[in-house]
Design a protein around this ligand. Structure first.
Ligand code: SAM
Length: 194
């Protein structure tokens, strides 16, 4: 399998799981790169929901998706300027148990106005619990975790421990880190529902 980065590896895992008519979620929209990737995996019957707490991220994602709308994007998308912790108030209940893939890319918005706006342990774990409840059998959750920035180590340890506590009869959890890297290098957690 050829991949050069942890983000590329997350995409590779998503590609292997997602069906073209799936419902998918980008839990941390940021620049819209992951949202564009997710949408590129879907057909007209697919649907993407996205979350970010920063208006700037919503605008950047909208702009990125709009400029690709004819080439790569066929399926509809709904973006929420909202914390992913409030997922269950935003995504209609009838999608519960039908979500094919969820991407979390934790940390802060690259080149954003405020590097202090980061994903926080409590809301991240709340959203992960919801995601685990809402994905379908064989659905996947990828979490790219950055221990290197301020607050990142605390969040990464909690997320890792929380993933390790999942029921192994219900979920497979995998951890990937590129070799020859340091403790603060990003790593990938993947949760697959059995
Ligand atoms: N997926 C993005 C991309 O493709 O560019 C990168 C995401 S960036 C590393 C992390 C994002 O998480 C930031 O834009 C930040 O505003 C957002 N964020 C922080 N807390 C959040 C929350 N509670 N709910 C949703 N998004 C949040």
């Amino acid at each position: 399998m050829g991949f050069t980065s942890i983000l590329g590896f997350a995409q590779q895992l998503i590609r292997q799981s997602v069906q073209p008519n799936d419902i998918v979620v980008d839990a941390t929209l940021g620049t819209g790169n992951d949202a564009l990737f997710l949408l590129s995996q879907l057909n007209k019957k697919g649907l993407l929901f996205g979350f970010d707490v920063q208006k700037d991220a919503i605008l950047r994602t909208k702009s990125r998706l709009s400029s690709n709308i004819t080439s790569t994007i066929l399926s509809p998308f709904v973006l929420f300027h909202e914390s992913h912790a409030n997922w269950q108030y935003r995504i209609p209940q009838h999608y519960c148990g039908k979500i094919g893939a969820v991407m979390f890319n934790l940390g802060y918005l690259p080149n954003g106005e405020n590097d202090n706006i980061i994903t926080e342990t409590h809301s991240t774990i709340t959203a992960l619990q919801t995601a685990c409840h809402w994905i379908r059998p064989n659905g996947i959750i990828t979490i790219v975790v950055y221990p290197g920035h301020y607050g990142g180590r605390h969040e990464s340890e909690h997320v890792f421990n929380w993933c390790s506590s999942l029921d192994q009869n219900e979920f497979h959890v995998l951890r990937y880190q590129l070799c020859n890297k340091h403790d603060h290098s990003p790593f990938l957690l993947a949760i697959k529902k059995i």
